[in-house]
Design a protein around this ligand. Sequence first.
Ligand SMILES: Cc1cc2nc3c(=O)[nH]c(=O)nc-3n(C[C@H](O)[C@H](O)[C@H](O)COP(=O)(O)OP(=O)(O)OC[C@H]3O[C@@H](n4cnc5c(N)ncnc54)[C@H](O)[C@@H]3O)c2cc1C
Ligand code: FES
Length: 282
Amino acid sequence: MYKILKKEELAPGVKLIEVHAPLIAQKAKPGQFVILRVNEKGERIPLTIADINLNLESIIIVFQEIGKTTKLLGKLREGEKILDLVGPLGTPSEIENFGTVIGVGGGVGIAALYPILKALKEKENYIISILGARSKNYLIFKDKIEEISDEIYLATDDGSLGHKGFVSDVLKSILDSGKKVDRIWAIGPTIMMKVISELTKPYGIKTIVSLNPIMIDGTGMCGGCRVNIGNKTMFTCVDGPEFDGHLVNFDELLLRLKTYKEEEQTALKLLEEGEGSKVVSK
Ligand SMILES: Cc1cc2nc3c(=O)[nH]c(=O)nc-3n(C[C@H](O)[C@H](O)[C@H](O)COP(=O)(O)OP(=O)(O)OC[C@H]3O[C@@H](n4cnc5c(N)ncnc54)[C@H](O)[C@@H]3O)c2cc1C
Ligand code: FES
């Protein structure tokens, strides 16, 4: 059982929890994630380790409440416990001195980008951050990212903060300015990572994305998280979650993400009608 030490609402429907998990906190590296189960009847869901606190032997997770499990997780209070937490999982990010790195974060993906940019800053890279969200209320981790960035640009769909439009517009104008960029990380909704990867390909700048297919066991055994990378089948949980964005078959990934839409909607409806909570309280 893993105790929730702290809980915060960062934006509407976006929550941060700090969970006591000494072994995971000691081993976790940027880019890695955990798989958790809220309770005995719960499904396993993967969530990125957004930060670690070695003093409290804890890990920080930021999640968007979109379906049954993330909503159940969001209902837990400080002092309550999560049943299972497995990790750290996945291959850590490649952290080196590349030179100039641009980090593009969208929505809740900004939290996943943070530990990577922080580690890249420690390796003395010049960090340019581009953060985007629907509106300024959804722009999470802005201050934390600002602290480790040499330059930071913001974009909102409604123009309530920064550039009115997409992160890809901001990235394009930086690349068109002729600035030498050595590597790009893009983490956010799948469609955003697809657009960014298509944008950077002609510039020939290696672009790393962090994929979020459905996962089940997290060990490379079930095949649930398979993705097509350069026409080869790979498993996101062990070979990723980071891949070269120029090699990812995003259209296949977007299709696979829709596979269980109907079941997900039914599970959410049952939870909202009280059925789900009956199941979980057993
Ligand atoms: C490596 C990895 C890291 C992730 N990190 C974060 C994070 O830090 N913060 C965050 O908010 N989200 C993260 N996600 C996505 C998160 O796992 C899903 O939002 C969550 O599983 C949704 O569960 P649900 O029951 O609430 O919603 P559901 O109703 O089950 O699903 C809603 C949507 O979530 C996706 N989804 C459902 N089940 C899974 C699953 N087992 N694995 C992956 N995606 C699924 C599908 O696209 C689905 O359409 C990550 C995913 C992966 C693969
Ligand atoms: S989640 Fe089962 S192979 Fe990756």
